[in-house]
Ligand binder design. Sequence first.
Ligand SMILES: CC(C)(COP(=O)(O)OP(=O)(O)OC[C@H]1O[C@@H](n2cnc3c(N)ncnc32)[C@H](O)[C@@H]1OP(=O)(O)O)[C@@H](O)C(=O)NCCC(=O)NCCS
Length: 143
Amino acid sequence: MKIFSPKSRQDFDQYFDLRWRILREPWQQPRGSEKDDLEDTSHHVMICDDAGQAIAVGRLHAATDSQGQIRYMAVASMHQGKGVGSMLLNALENIAREKKFSSILLHARESAVPFYLHHNYTQLEKSHVLYDSIQHFKMIKYL
Ligand SMILES: CC(C)(COP(=O)(O)OP(=O)(O)OC[C@H]1O[C@@H](n2cnc3c(N)ncnc32)[C@H](O)[C@@H]1OP(=O)(O)O)[C@@H](O)C(=O)NCCC(=O)NCCS
């Protein structure tokens, strides 16, 4: 297994493909819907298996000068629940510490709230509902 920041076009193709397959395809969303306009200025981390296939991806961007925001955490279905997401989250949190952010904000899908609670995020209020079905909760962690 290898954890790194994608650099090449090939890395990014795999990176966005996994993001789309986990976070968009199940809701019949088109390719391209997995990206926003902050990709170029964000920090991206991915984990590949020994065959070089992406199994986990996630992103950190600056919400403000002092606060990072994590978005688009996605672990390939067959690799979920084995600690890969935790490894990825720790790497993103380490980047946030290097950037001297004092906190990390995120909007967690309801199904992922226990994962972030496990990593000492505090659940704040309900936030948006994606695709009329996925309730999100605002969560924060002070570093
Ligand atoms: C949410 C996600 C990123 C977590 O990654 P993961 O690799 O599956 O999680 P881990 O194996 O690292 O889990 C770490 C801990 O959190 C707990 N946990 C993870 N997901 C959980 C869940 N849905 N419910 C309860 N506990 C959960 C695990 O039990 C584990 O605790 P343990 O170490 O004591 O066993 C991943 O499951 C995923 O991509 N899900 C689908 C997409 C998604 O929801 N992304 C988040 C968008 S906000």
